[in-house]
Write a protein that binds this ligand. Structure first.
Ligand SMILES: Cc1cc2nc3c(=O)[nH]c(=O)nc-3n(C[C@H](O)[C@H](O)[C@H](O)COP(=O)(O)OP(=O)(O)OC[C@H]3O[C@@H](n4cnc5c(N)ncnc54)[C@H](O)[C@@H]3O)c2cc1C
Length: 474
């Protein structure tokens, strides 16, 4: 056993230090693309232990890789070299008492999102972050990636839902910023700095999260539409007709439905006739006195009259609502089970979504004829998971993956959007950032990193190429 392993094992005890075969569940990312065997996995029990681990690794010159539920899609929560220790927050899962009057709750960073939802349910409160991996994602990981999910349209991204943070900094010092107020303009917005930092500036150990009253009424519909242009137009109509009640506006495509039905046999197609595009629409309200079904039915009739919607169904029970949501949320799983895939997490101004999808299809099919295109995502945020499956009968992308990724990034950037909408850069997209973000923007990030983590021990190789890298201006 190395000196470092012995020291960490002393600090953490048998439950808290894993090495050799025991590290297996932590070492590869969700897509099984990144991750080398680290020196070991630290599973600290509290903030003090996290700080000691970080200090000890720092003295030994060993990288620290924070890990939550390891569901990230850019390879950021696993080791990039063997000279690294993964710090898993999986033992720090405490969830405090919800403060109904203040609309906040204190949680440890290892709390699982779905567990937080369950804890809040009897209190009539919600933490409005929802995504397909919520049974595994942990609060620290959601903060690390500044996750968006399917309710960002109404409630914002993670940075809008974090009121306060406690963070172990790269030198092992602990910043306690666990305030529980939205309004706190005493200087730079430090808490936001750690949202989307992908574990490169410190380890979040606790957070004060913003809660909302649970909706007491919900209306959900699944709609079939002729194309993405109709979906964009219908999104505008819905925002006008449903206003602040609109809390979910998700889209997916015919190929996505085909793959989900093929690979997840417990799901069934719930409409009478198919569409080229599907929309999942959800309205919610805290008041039981507004008739949401009426609002949604009227919007549906309008959509049909205008030829934007060709078929649709309103969920008549919670089971049917859950089924509609599963059709959307199983989109990544359906495609994963089909085999090899390419994922692109794009955002464009919502009004340009159809234009992007049409132009992207021209690019992809000219680079790789027959490639199967499966765009889905969050229509209201202009966030497209532009995912590709190889042509029928092919097992891969014929060496075109890089070219396709670069072309899509150029297209999104030229349209005023982003090539990294809600999943971050991780290890997967640093090169794209080098190509598509200005020297000033990259230099600002490199300077921030160097100021907080001068020795570069926090998650090196993620988000930036290296802490030493100061971009110089010609
Ligand atoms: C099926 C599926 C659906 C998904 N849907 C969505 C979606 O709709 N929207 C969305 O935004 N994402 C989505 N994702 C991506 C992923 O779930 C999110 O990025 C999530 O926030 C990652 O959380 P995690 O706990 O798994 O973090 P991890 O994967 O463990 O880590 C992610 C990043 O955060 C850092 N990190 C982890 N813990 C801490 C900490 N305590 N302090 C500081 N940094 C930390 C890691 O170092 C890494 O850089 C999806 C993923 C899957 C598999």
């Amino acid at each position: 056993m190395s000196d470092l392993a012995a020291a960490l094992s002393r600090i953490l005890g048998a439950k808290g230090w894993l090495s050799g075969h025991d590290t297996k569940p932590y070492t590869r990312d969700w897509l099984n693309r990144y991750g080398v065997e680290p020196l070991g996995v630290a599973r600290p029990a509290d903030t003090g232990e996290v700080a000691e681990v970080v200090r000890t690794c720092g003295k030994a010159g060993v990288a620290v890789v924070p890990q939550g539920g390891n569901t990230g899609l850019c390879g950021a929560a696993v080791a990039g070299s063997p000279n690294a220790v993964i710090v898993s927050l999986s033992r720090m899962t405490a969830i405090g008492k919800p403060e109904a009057d203040s609309g906040s709750i204190l949680v440890e960073a290892g709390a699982v999102l779905a567990t937080l939802h369950e804890v809040l349910e009897p209190h009539g409160l919600i933490f409005p972050m929802h995504l397909g991996a919520e049974g595994s994602t942990r609060i620290g990981g959601l903060i690390g990636t500044n996750a968006g999910g399917s309710h960002a349209l109404r409630y914002g991204m993670m940075q809008d839902l974090v009121l306060g943070l406690e963070v172990v900094l790269p030198d092992g010092a602990v910043w306690n910023g666990l305030r529980a107020v939205q309004k706190d303009n005493a200087g730079y917005q430090l808490r936001k700095l750690f949202c989307g930092a992908e574990g490169t500036l410190g380890i979040v150990t606790r957070a004060v999260l913003k809660l909302h009253p649970a909706p007491r009424q919900r209306a959900t519909a699944l709609l079939a539409l002729p194309d993405h242009a109709a979906a964009v137009a219908y999104g505008t109509l819905l925002r006008r007709e449903a206003g602040e009640f609109l809390s979910g506006l998700e889209f997916f495509a015919d190929l996505g439905v085909e793959l989900v039905l093929k690979h997840l046999p417990d799901l069934a197609f719930p409409l009478d006739s198919p569409g080229a595009v599907y929309l999942l629409v959800e309205l919610t309200s805290g008041s039981p006195r507004v008739r949401l079904d009426d609002v949604l039915t009227f919007a549906l009739e309008q959509g049909m009259e205008q030829g934007l919607v060709t078929d649709g169904a309103l969920a008549m029970s919670d089971a049917q609502r859950a089924h509609f949501w599963r059709l959307r949320e199983e989109q990544p799983e359906g495609q994963r089970l089909e085999g090899e895939q390419l994922k692109h997490d794009i955002s464009v101004p919502p009004g340009k979504l159809a234009e992007f999808i049409a132009a992207a299809e021209r690019i992809c099919t000219s680079l790789l004829p027959g490639v199967r295109i499966n765009p889905f995502g969050h229509l209201g945020d202009g966030n497209i998971h532009y995912n590709l499956t190889p042509p029928e009968g092919a097992t891969g992308f014929g060496g075109k993956a890089g070219e396709i990724g670069r072309a899509l990034a150029v297209l999104a950037t030229d349209m005023g959007g982003s090539f990294a909408a809600e999943h971050g850069l991780g290890r997967a997209k640093i090169t794209l950032a080098e190509q598509h973000r200005s020297p000033i923007e990259r230099d600002l990030m490199a300077r921030l990193k160097a100021a907080l983590d001068p020795s570069g021990i926090m998650n090196p190789g993620v988000l930036l190429y290296g802490h030493r890298q100061r971009i110089t201006f010609e």
